[in-house]
Design a protein around this ligand. Structure first.
Ligand SMILES: CC(C)(COP(=O)(O)OP(=O)(O)OC[C@H]1O[C@@H](n2cnc3c(N)ncnc32)[C@H](O)[C@@H]1OP(=O)(O)O)[C@@H](O)C(=O)NCCC(=O)NCCS
Length: 207
């Protein structure tokens, strides 16, 4: 995918994207709306940390459940979480707030699905709703033998569906690129000759 997303959307490229995998052609595409999932949960005191705010792990667990529900609905069966991206908590969540996870399938590969999730926290007394984060979980469908199994293609019914699909493709491409570049950098790093890079960092070398 070389052209910028905006150009592709303008050209309606998504309308002509062929299905890459033969076996997927045999499956009926499923609309994003058929698996869209919303989970809302009240944040109770036992979810809080010593600072009185909700543990990040509680939110991650809720997001994992929403991602599972959404992916399992699309796949029509058991799925596992493979990777998690974009997790950064932009605002703290307090006890008593209602956390909602809005999950939908953004992208479908052969056996994998990217579930995009928007997390919000609502203070019912003031009526304020804050957006705490948007994250992307990659889920893979598994068959009865525990092997990855094909999932239905995604039916893109709106420009928004297409934008999310294209963005997920770009994210996947950039992630692979980053991994390659980082792996190369890592193998080239020499602790010794590169210790000078630490001079202006907030650390102290004592060996
Ligand atoms: C994810 C897993 C199924 C991949 O198995 P594999 O034998 O490498 O299978 P494949 O290479 O065919 O990959 C299957 C799909 O996963 C995708 N995938 C694999 N690793 C990935 C990663 N790190 N990030 C994103 N997608 C990934 C592949 O791209 C492929 O997608 P596609 O079929 O849509 O093209 C396997 O590593 C696994 O079961 N992991 C444990 C998952 C789990 O138990 N999670 C719960 C947390 S405890």
């Amino acid at each position: 995918m070389k052209a910028p997303l905006r150009t592709l959307l303008r050209k309606g490229a998504f309308l002509f994207t062929p299905l890459k995998h033969t076996n997927m052609n045999e499956m009926t595409p499923k609309a994003v709306s058929t698996s869209r999932t919303v989970i809302t949960e009240l944040m109770i005191p036992s979810y809080a940390n010593f600072g009185g705010k909700i543990h990040g792990g509680i939110l991650l667990s809720l997001m994992d459940k929403a991602a599972y529900a959404c992916a399992a609905k699309h796949a029509g069966g058991y799925c596992v979480t493979v990777s998690v991206e974009g997790v950064e908590f932009k605002a703290p969540v307090a006890v008593g707030e209602l956390v909602s996870i809005h999950a939908s399938i953004n992208y479908v590969g052969r056996t994998s699905m990217v579930v995009g999730m928007r997390v919000t926290a609502e203070n019912v007394e003031t009526g304020t709703v804050k957006h705490t984060n948007t994250s992307y979980f990659t889920m893979v469908a598994k068959d009865k033998n525990g092997e990855p199994t094909p999932v239905p293609p995604l039916l893109l019914e709106t420009k928004e569906d297409a934008r999310r699909f294209l963005e997920a493709m770009k994210r996947k491409e950039l992630k692979a690129q980053f991994k390659d570049e980082f792996d190369n950098e890592k193998t080239g790093l020499k602790v010794g000759s590169e210790l000078g890079l630490l001079a202006n960092e907030r650390c102290k070398v004592v060996f």
